[in-house]
Design a protein around this ligand. Structure first.
Ligand SMILES: [Zn+2]
Length: 267
């Protein structure tokens, strides 16, 4: 199954319509079943696999997703690059609803999630210092600028365990630390990709302001109608952006992602 796809997307169900000649396949992994069938097909001549993160019918809450199976399933089809769009709350008032943020750092506030493929006997310690793919991030940022989209290069995503949202106190703490957005799924997806030496890129869509920012200085109150409009536009922008970036991704990997295990194996 190694050559079925080269690029993987893990995201919401809006991506099915992207794929030409779409087929769906059941993929087994040593870690159990992924979130759903994997859809495969082509985008502008590139072989792409798509996996709905929460399942096709959105039945898996963030803390119940089998992240190891999802990344493993894509990799088993030949995927070397993963594009991971997700919805986030803003922790800083400079963001507007509908803006896109390419996050390049994370703070893990999850607990109990299975976040490694290396449970022994081999000791493998992958660096997470700079583990998001520089090639895909640069390409995507440049393309978004050409398309005149509201996009922010770099950002720190706090990943909370969920399913509850943050308290005001937690949210204010995240904001005061200078962290940018909050979400429930980007970890351990990103680190599992690094453990398999894959390229991984996050694209975050701001869907609301987090609890601690509501009513804070500089944050304009927004009506429900405005939120829905900005969110809809943001989703469209994100999909358009990903579709135009895919054919631009280099066929050979020149980034450092393929080397993430080079110095990680201790024994
Ligand atoms: Zn890379």
């Amino acid at each position: 199954m190694e050559n079925i796809a080269e690029i993987g997307i893990i995201g919401g169900s809006g991506f099915y319509s992207f794929l030409e000649n779409m087929k769906e396949m059941k993929v087994e992994t040593p870690y159990g079943a992924p979130s759903d069938l994997v859809a495969t097909g082509e985008i502008e001549g590139r072989k792409v696999a798509f996996l709905p993160r929460h399942g096709k019918l959105h039945t898996l809450p963030p803390h119940m997703i089998n992240y190891r199976a999802n990344i493993w399933a894509l990799n088993s089809l030949g995927v070397k690059r993963i594009i991971a769009p997700c919805a986030v709350g803003a922790l800083q008032s400079r963001y507007k609803i509908g803006d896109l943020v390419i996050c390049d750092q994370f703070v893990d506030r999850t607990r109990g999630r299975k976040d490694t493929y290396y449970d022994g006997p081999r000791a493998v310690h992958v660096s997470s210092a700079d583990m998001f793919c520089s090639h895909m991030m640069q390409l995507t940022y440049d393309r978004a600028k050409e398309m005149d989209l509201q996009i922010h290069r770099g950002g720190t995503a706090v990943i909370i365990q969920g399913p509850r949202f943050s308290s005001k106190a937690e949210s204010r703490w995240f904001t005061s630390m200078g962290w940018d957005v909050v979400n429930m799924t980007a970890y351990p997806e990103c680190i599992l990709a690094a453990e398999l030496a894959l390229c991984y890129m996050n694209i975050s869509l701001i869907t609301d302001y987090d609890a601690g920012l509501i009513g804070a200085e500089g944050v304009q109150p927004v009506s429900a109608a405005e939120v829905i409009r900005a969110f809809g536009k943001g989703v469209d922008n994100m999909k358009k952006l990903i579709k135009t970036v895919i054919p631009l991704i280099g066929k050979k990997r020149t980034c450092k992602c393929p080397h993430s295990l080079d110095e990680a194996v201790v024994s």
